[in-house]
Design a protein around this ligand. Sequence first.
Ligand SMILES: Nc1ncnc2c1ncn2[C@@H]1O[C@H](COP(=O)(O)OP(=O)(O)OP(=O)(O)O)[C@@H](O)[C@H]1O
Ligand SMILES: [Mg+2]
Length: 396
Amino acid sequence: MAEVVLTGLGKAYGDGTRAVTDLNLDIRDGEFLVLVGPSGCGKTTALRMIAGLEQITEGTIRIGEQVVNDVPSRDRDVAMVFQSYALYPHLNVYDNIAFGLTLRKLAKSEIDHRVREVAEVLELTEHLDRKPRNLSGGQRQRVAMGRAIVRAPQAFLMDEPLSNLDAKLRVQMRAQIARIQREIGVTTVYVTHDQTEAMTLGDRVAVMRRGVLQQVGPPQELYDRPVNLFVAGFIGSPGMNLVSARLEENDGRFWVSLNSDALLLPESVLRQRPALRQYVGRDVVVGIRPEDMEDTALADAREGEILHSVADLVEAMGSDVLVHFPVDVPPVVTDDTRELAQDAGTDDLPKTSKGTVLVGRFSPRTRIYEGQPVAAWVDTSRLHFFDPATGSSIWK
Ligand SMILES: Nc1ncnc2c1ncn2[C@@H]1O[C@H](COP(=O)(O)OP(=O)(O)OP(=O)(O)O)[C@@H](O)[C@H]1O
Ligand SMILES: [Mg+2]
């Protein structure tokens, strides 16, 4: 086990493609770090550089005490699990797991001890005699992990190991991977483009965009304090609502004007984000998480906390109700939001003549129906603010 430290890490491919730029990450001993970001942002490239499968262009990689820039892959003592895991079809589970150890000519008793221990952790003990074709997808994936674990590597590198599994199995395996990693405590770098997977698995999550690290921190910190529009829009599902609005000062009070409605900024927000005062009279990007809204009929709403509209779409999810409604302000269109929309597969942003469509996550007790008026209470103490020009979060 060891820490993995990336300093100024960069990669330009031979054809000139810039895949990773100045990546600095300090992955602690035993930590589960998730690298997440849209397709093509450089996750696999970063992981392959750590594994020694890709030449690095700039920077250094240290594993434990050793700078491994010039250490060949097989001597780095890291184990990789990929999305496509090839098991040997003619070998049973036991021999598949033992394969690497047999190659290394370890003593039979030592191999046996390790294989059984790993099989126990992975709940594969009763399947040790089976051939891969007689295993379920999830069991096969666990055998692939077993092969990696049994080597007791310094670090685990996983590149979207669950993306070939169906949705239900993915959720099960996600929980198992988290449990196994905690049990064996091996430093793990896990790559995914799925933000839910990132949030549920990572001790810390590192969000990348176009080869550049945007933010790294515990999942809740990324969710509550995204540093920019990109992270704000990427983390969370349904995503954070983003609207352009004008910040106005009136009688010493600060208002966010959404044309037909205005939200009153609580003192607490101004204390947390003093730099907001500099935006008076200008447009800002306002972010509202869906769960920070509620049907006014079910909330204790006061002046300056309500948005009025008509419900476009009402989706009953059981545990809550997603209410879609337009507000009379233009949608936020920046480089970030364009890329996020593309990544989500909705390459054109909602350009409705009615303005921007917001999504509120209301209690299932709401009685709002499609085509009916909506009065949405907004928890104004939890609003997010971004600079429209830079996309950076507005704090100090
Ligand atoms: N061998 C290569 N030669 C040239 N460019 C490459 C090569 N491999 C990857 N790239 C480019 O480098 C960038 C980063 O690719 P990478 O595979 O690291 O992204 P990723 O985040 O893993 O994406 P995905 O989520 O689709 O797996 C992309 O623009 C990609 O097209
Ligand atoms: Mg990849």
